[in-house]
Design a protein around this ligand. Structure first.
Ligand code: IPE
Ligand code: IPE
Ligand code: MG
Length: 254
């Protein structure tokens, strides 16, 4: 990819997050402000997805995880769910070539079996076609819920323990990590939520334990490359202490 000018030096780029996740929220409110129907907000939101994926790839982010549809979103009106599924299918079809051309591996996480067959098939096609891409991994959380993910992991661990495949005393954080849907992603560094809502809404509860949280008032259809880079700058300005003191982290003390 022809890299557009980035706001960071080569040295500064080493301090960027490796794994960024985004709760893409505010499509409905954006549409309402514009006097449009909610689904039009989702259609404009798809454009933000395209911009942000390109911007993340150009910045050299290793993993971008986007919350596109939650398990709880199935409870929305039928018409809205149908529109969201149709937009998702359009995205997967229209972006296929760009994703492959840019060395992006795409994967879906969540209760994929619940998606309409057409979406599921296109998702699998793109997952397979992009399986060897190494420049960035784009994870779409689709029909995803973090509590559901944790419950499924517990069930699988219990089955493996009962079958004698793992001794219970071997169950630790690292093992639990390997039963999560994010098992092949780097640790989550930065979690962004648009539209000003201060909640996680069942997204990456386990993975966000030490992620930096950035909430912006920008509504998702207005969110673009510059907003992403601003959030990454906020991340760069944070001191991640992981329970230690500030002095320990800045190497003044051990
Ligand atoms: C995010 O926008 C998209 C999905 C949850 C699928 P919303 O549709 O939640 O927009 P608001 O929060 O109602 O404004
Ligand atoms: C979270 O947004 C889900 C996605 C962005 C896909 P919601 O709009 O569903 O979250 P709540 O209902 O405001 O918590
Ligand atoms: Mg919302």
């Amino acid at each position: 990819m022809e890299a557009a000018a980035l706001p960071w030096t080569e040295q500064e780029r080493k301090t960027l997050p490796r794994h960024v996740a985004i709760i893409m929220d505010g499509n409905g409110r954006w549409a309402e402000i514009q006097g449009k129907h909610r689904w039009e907000g989702h259609a404009y939101g798809a454009k933000s997805v395209r911009d942000v994926v390109t911007a993340a790839r150009e910045a050299g982010i290793e993993a971008l995880t986007l919350y596109a549809f939650s398990v709880q979103n199935w409870g929305r009106p039928h018409f809205e769910v149908e529109k969201l599924m149709a937009l998702l299918l359009d995205y997967l079809v229209e972006e296929q070539q760009t994703i492959l051309d840019n060395g992006i591996r795409l994967q879906g996480i969540g209760q994929i079996d619940r998606l309409p067959p057409g979406v599921r098939e296109q998702l699998r096609t793109l997952e397979e076609a992009s399986a060897e891409c190494r420049d960035m991994v784009l994870t779409l959380a689709l029909s995803y819920g973090s509590r559901e993910e944790i419950v499924a992991a517990c069930q699988q661990i219990a089955k493996d323990a009962a079958a004698g495949r793992i001794p219970p005393e071997h169950i630790d954080e690292a093992l639990l990590d390997r039963y999560m849907l994010t098992r092949d992603l780097p640790p989550l560094d930065l979690l962004i939520r648009t539209s000003g809502e201060m909640r996680l809404s069942n997204f990456l509860l386990w993975q966000a334990a030490y992620a930096e949280l950035v909430v912006t008032d920008v509504l998702w259809p207005d969110f673009d490359r510059d907003h992403l880079y601003q959030c990454m700058d906020v991340f760069r300005g944070r001191q991640r202490r992981f329970g230690k003191t500030g002095a320990q982290v800045s190497n003044q003390e051990t």
